[in-house]
Design a protein around this ligand. Structure first.
Ligand SMILES: [Ca+2]
Ligand SMILES: [Ca+2]
Ligand SMILES: [Ca+2]
Ligand SMILES: [Ca+2]
Length: 385
């Protein structure tokens, strides 16, 4: 582990890690007095990954209840697995082979044996690689599933509500997403493909209209739009609805950003250095967007309550400035001005999990040019002193 220091390449000022305090002021000051408003990361450390790590996911990869990491290494055609020690540190990484140019890794139980498996979208081969877990942090022989060209991302969810995990991959060059429906034994059958706006970069699965069936939101890089496809509950999807976002949308996440029960969407837009916020208004519809400014080129995005005030906050991985931006949510759809912290060089992904098991969600970035992941341990509500 190495202590975090400001990196020479960063072009913006960094606050020391332990002195990040949001101080709302003015009439539109956010949470009422007495509510916690701080977001602090007192412990920051790095772990080695493979070559050009693009994506990191957090899950339980061995038999304990301590979160572990899976990292897709674009430059070494592999996945790194780092088993957690429970204090925010990790055991030495293990490497498992993926297909050509793996870009995104997701964690889920693909064969219903109670052990976490990996799905890895490989852009170079147009495949999603399935790696079945042995429940001890090891993974068996890989199985490559064809999903079509430009397979930059994969997400796992039960799209047809049969209890078996299904997959949705984005096909950047073909302006569609491809669905694979799980049989529950680790095999999949084709579930069709669906048109999106131009340049689908990543997709998220969430029930956006609260009808009990999973829906899709897809960040479409080349069309400055997010496509919403409402699910029918049988693994099929209705025709898309597009919503104008900022420039070059990259990641999309669902969360509850304002006070109503309808799910909202956040989309990182790397050419406008912002996160577009879409507040849900019911039945899968969204209000006109708002923009939250970040540092330069936000790729990765997380929507999570970091300070324990019950309101969703934002965290982005800003590639060009090698930072994360953290912005505290006001609970009404607005956010306080973001604060930046240094990452390794050129972070492309950010993931959330409680890595040291203190009740506060922590952050991890995959730093493509440093071949590391950086771990930000949060000191939020529920954290031990
Ligand atoms: Ca499994
Ligand atoms: Ca299913
Ligand atoms: Ca739905
Ligand atoms: Ca924690």
């Amino acid at each position: 582990m190495t202590a975090a220091v400001a990196i020479a390449a960063c072009v913006i000022a960094m606050a020391p890690a332990d002195t990040l305090i949001h101080r709302p002021s003015g009439p539109d000051a956010g949470p009422p007095p007495g509510e916690p408003t701080e977001i602090r990361f007192p412990v920051i450390s790095d772990e080695r990954a493979g070559n050009y790590p693009c994506s990191v996911a957090i899950g339980f990869l061995d038999a304990d209840t301590i979160p572990d990491l899976a990292v897709a290494n674009y430059g070494s055609n592999s996945v790194s697995v780092l088993l957690g020690n429970g204090d925010g540190t990790f055991q030495a990484r293990r490497e498992f082979p993926a297909a050509f140019l793996p870009y995104t890794v997701a964690i889920g139980d693909l064969n219903r044996d109670g052990r976490a498996d990996l799905a890895v979208a490989s852009e170079g081969s147009g495949q999603v690689t399935e790696l079945l877990g042995d429940g001890k942090g090891g993974f068996g022989e890989r199985r490559d599933l064809d999903v079509g060209g430009g397979a930059y991302s994969v997400a796992i969810g039960d799209l047809d509500k049969d209890g078996n995990a299904d997959l949705v991959a984005s096909n950047l060059n073909q302006n569609r997403v491809t669905v694979l429906l799980g049989r529950g034994d680790g095999t999949f059958r084709p579930g069709g493909s669906y048109a999106t706006a131009h340049g689908p970069r990543s997709a998220t699965i969430a029930d956006l209209d609260l009808d009990g069936s999973p829906d899709l939101a897809v960040a479409c890089f080349n069309s400055n739009a997010v496509s919403v496809l409402l699910g029918n509950g049988d693994g099929t999807f209705r025709r898309r609805r597009d919503h104008a976002a900022g420039q070059s949308p990259y990641s999309v996440q669902c969360g509850w950003i304002d006070g109503d029960p309808w799910p909202d969407l956040a989309v990182s837009c790397l050419a406008s250095n912002s996160v577009s916020i879409f507040l849900g208004t019911g039945n899968g519809a969204f209000r006109r967007r708002r923009e939250v400014m970040t540092a330069a080129q936000p790729y990765g995005l997380a929507v999570v309550d970091l300070n324990g005030d019950g309101r969703a906050d934002l965290a982005t991985a800003d590639l060009a400035t090698s930072t994360i931006t953290v912005a505290a949510g006001k609970g009404d759809g607005g956010f306080l001005r973001g604060i930046q912290l240094a990452t390794g060089r050129y972070p492309q992904c950010i993931a959330v999990g409680d890595l040291n098991q203190d009740g506060a969600p922590d952050l991890v970035t995959a730093n493509t040019a440093s071949n590391t992941v950086r771990i930000f341990l949060n000191r939020g509500k529920g954290a031990r002193p």
